[in-house]
Design a protein around this ligand. Structure first.
Ligand SMILES: [Cu+2]
Length: 137
């Protein structure tokens, strides 16, 4: 059931590449949500994780359910599946984008947003219990 593949080597590479000061990782913040401000969660703009439980989390500012990310037009949002639950990025409303479909843990999905607007989404599995918003400027 458990695929070990090159996960260990991959993770080591990833941690070296992304370990620019945030040694505690994306969930290392003890207080839950970060205060809104320039410091944020320290991650890149447009990086959102799904899970490990029922939540979308902005790696940039720590916001969750909804995870709110603001990106420039032409910017890309990448969702990364964590934990063991299946999730899916599902666009809501009239300003829509292509959803990911339902993916297993370890999946990733990216969308480049060219048109300014506010894009609401939720989880194709968990519905509005998991929500996010992308603001494209
Ligand atoms: Cu979900």
């Amino acid at each position: 059931m458990h695929f070990r593949r090159a996960i260990t080597g991959c993770c080591m590479l990833a941690s070296v590449a992304s370990c620019s000061g945030a040694s505690t990782g994306p969930y290392g913040n003890t207080g839950g949500q970060q205060p809104s401000g320039s410091a944020g969660g320290g991650g890149p703009v447009g990086a959102v994780t799904l899970g490990p439980d029922i939540r979308f989390v902005s790696s940039h500012n720590g916001s969750q359910n909804p995870a709110v990310d603001t990106i420039p037009a032409g910017g890309t949002v990448t969702w990364t599946w964590t934990g063991s639950l299946r999730h899916g990025v599902q666009s809501l409303g009239s300003t829509s984008f292509s959803g990911s479909g339902i993916k297993n843990a370890g999946g990733a999905y990216s969308v480049t947003f060219t048109e300014p607007g506010t894009y609401q989404y939720d989880c194709a599995v968990h519905g509005t219990a998991m929500r996010g918003t992308i603001i494209v400027q």
